[in-house]
Write a protein that binds this ligand. Sequence first.
Ligand SMILES: [Zn+2]
Length: 119
Amino acid sequence: MARRLQSHAETDGSLLEGPVRTCIGCRQRASRRELLRVTAGSDHDGHPIVRPDPDGSAPGRGAHLHPTTECYDLAVRRRAFARALRFTQDGAGLSSVPLADYLTRIRADPTDRDWSSSS
Ligand SMILES: [Zn+2]
């Protein structure tokens, strides 16, 4: 039975300390690390979409939610994306399908989070 020495590397586990955001789906507060940032963007046809921003590096206004289809559904039902992203037009025309696709993908393969590496 090996006794572990306290490691300085373990001070990183800040959990709910540090930046906290509110999930726009379930409205619960969580550490920013647990939440997926989304921003308003546009697809290749110029249509407005909700875009996942796993790096948190995209410019502009962002919203946060748990990367689960449950919270996604709640956010869609509440039209929370349009409100949180300050999208005018009451959410009409703002497609959240790319985000749904993304959530399905990371659920199927949690190791593949490289959505934005191609840009
Ligand atoms: Zn949530």
